[in-house]
Design a protein around this ligand. Structure first.
Ligand code: NOJ
Length: 536
């Protein structure tokens, strides 16, 4: 039935959404208490960040038991209640499926240390050479080596991410069977599908040395390989028994490799998250920033709109800095926040709203490394220190890109800790919560929140915005214009990504503008976006 082509999905980062018991950590009862907020916004599903049992080295992306709930977040009964309460509001739950790696605290890993145990081959173990060299020259995603020596087994294990996230070995068929059981376990509980973490990295073709690169040496040995496609097709058989939806987080994909992962006839994933538009302001890896150039961004969006029949649309998530300071303007906070919403909600694909985006939350206002929690930021700071990079420069590099930028607690109101917790928050609440919070926007028809609500409703109402074809009209240094068309219906979106006004030649009756105006004469104010309609 492809419900995901008609719905908007909301991403919750559980640790930072709503605390219910004063321990400073967001939890499942907190999420339940805020379901009305999501219903009011008009979303059809929640992508719930990992809530499984985990030692939290990477905030849940290091799972130690896939069939249990992290006690910090609640109990299995809470989780069942969340699924039921969400369902009662017409909202589906998507779990985060993290199956490239597990925590080294998982019992599979602990037992894998013993070469004689049935779990011996659950992970990717290898010997270094006699001179104490690592098994190969690969480097990991968090800026460090990706091999760790285990004194008990006297071998190294592979970890493409943090040290305590050991990569699973899919050459062992038992691992795939375990994953199938995990899928069934959650689907039987009534979840509607999964967001699949770094899913195109599952299969490693060999452990040979990789071609040396500035970062991610070895990538060619595990990125988007045929073995991964085979695994996905196997898993899809289980998913199809339940009609479940999957969206894969896929790193370094091109439209071509993305199609191989999500073309309907291949029966692998339903959709993918690609990253290219998130890379417009960086050189190769995110730590090397370059100036954001709107045209590069627009061209990239157009390329994906043209080349993939169905995209997963996002401007923010828990791994990316906030979108307003990045693609918009702090000075024109409200206008650019609304403009980005108009972009997100009028492209072809499934829009994903990340928590806080709907009220225009901004990056953290931390000033010191020790205020950060993110394992990736800490690793990178350590690596930079090794290269004797001065502290100020290190902070500049880390703070601009740190994943904690988008992980600060949700700002519900102007009260203590932004209404997130009555205790001490696990990660600092942004001091701007006195100005930027949901309560102050709820009754304001001109707020970013009201605009999101309105656009979500409009998208529901107008099939052309959901299912219509996409045609690019203009990708300039400042203006992005495109058209959606379905049958006789035509809608044109014109966006001015600049502090300067712009003059354009598009006409049509005005459906929406993020400024108060009646009719459209072609003059766009700074960060103005308009939605026009032909012939109505
Ligand atoms: C991608 C997730 O989005 C990120 O948060 C996590 O650190 C890595 N995968 C490793 O699981």
């Amino acid at each position: 039935m492809e419900w995901w082509k008609d719905e908007i999905i909301y991403q919750i980062y559980p640790r930072s959404f709503q605390d219910s018991n004063g321990d400073g950590i967001g939890d499942i009862p907190g999420i339940i208490s805020r379901l009305d907020h999501l219903q009011e916004l008009g979303v059809g599903a929640i992508w719930l960040g990992p809530v499984y049992r985990s030692p939290n080295a990477d905030n849940g992306y290091d799972i130690s038991d896939y069939m249990d709930i992290n006690p910090e977040y609640g109990t299995m009964a809470d989780m069942e209640e969340l699924i039921a309460e969400a369902k009662a509001r017409g909202i589906r739950i998507l779990m985060d499926l993290v199956i490239n790696h597990t925590s080294t605290d998982h019992h599979w890993f602990r037992r894998s240390r013993d070469k004689n145990s049935p779990y011996a081959d659950y992970y990717i173990w290898a010997k270094g050479d006699d001179r104490g060299h690592l098994p190969n020259n690969w480097t990991g995603f968090f800026g460090e080596d990706c091999w760790e020596y285990d004194p008990e087994r006297c071998e190294y294990y592979l970890h493409l991410f943090a040290k305590s996230q050991a990569d699973l070995n899919y050459r062992n068929p038992a691992v795939l069977e375990e994953v199938k059981d995990i899928l069934r376990f959650w689907l039987d509980k009534g979840v509607a599908g999964f967001r699949c973490d770094v899913i195109n990295l599952l299969w490693k073709d060999s452990l040979d040395n990789g071609k040396r690169k500035l970062a991610l040496t070895g990538l060619e040995h595990y990125c988007s390989l045929e073995g991964t496609h085979e695994i996905l097709r196997e898993l899809r058989k289980v998913l199809d028994e339940y009609g479940a939806y999957t969206v894969g987080e896929t790193v370094f994909v091109t439209p071509e490799t993305a199609r191989d992962l999500c073309a309907p006839e291949r029966k692998e994933l339903d959709a993918v998250f690609s990253f290219e538009h998130m890379e417009c302001d960086q050189y190769f890896i995110k730590w090397f920033k370059r100036k954001f150039r709107p045209k590069v961004f627009f061209d990239c969006l157009v390329k994906w709109q043209r080349e993939l029949d169905w995209n997963s649309l996002y401007l923010e998530n828990h791994d990316q800095p906030r979108s307003i300071p990045r693609f918009g303007s702090r000075e024109h906070w409200k206008e650019s926040g609304k403009l980005l919403a108009l972009l997100l909600l009028t492209l072809r694909g499934t829009p994903f709203i990340y928590q806080g985006q709907e009220i225009g939350m901004l990056d953290f206002d931390f000033t010191r490394m020790r205020q950060l929690n993110d394992v990736e930021s800490k690793n990178v700071d350590r690596v930079l220190r090794r290269f004797h990079i001065p502290r100020k420069l290190r902070w500049k590099i880390v703070s601009r890109t740190s994943r904690d930028n988008a992980r600060t607690p949700f700002q519900w109101d102007a009260g203590p800790n932004g209404g997130f917790t009555t205790g001490r928050p696990w990660l600092g609440v942004n001091h701007n919560c006195a100005e930027i919070n949901l309560a102050s926007q709820e009754d304001d028809p001109d707020s970013i929140w009201s605009w999101y609500k309105d656009l979500c409703a409009l998208r529901k109402e107008r099939e052309v915005l959901r299912r219509g074809d996409f045609e690019a009209l203009e990708t300039g240094d400042q203006v992005f214009a495109y058209r959606r068309a379905l049958g006789e219906e035509r809608m044109t979106v014109v966006l001015n990504f600049s502090d300067r006004p712009a003059q354009v030649g598009y006409t049509g009756s005005l459906v929406r503008s993020n400024y108060p105006r009646e009719g459209f004469d072609g003059a766009l104010r700074p960060w103005e976006g308009v939605l026009l309609e032909d012939g109505r």
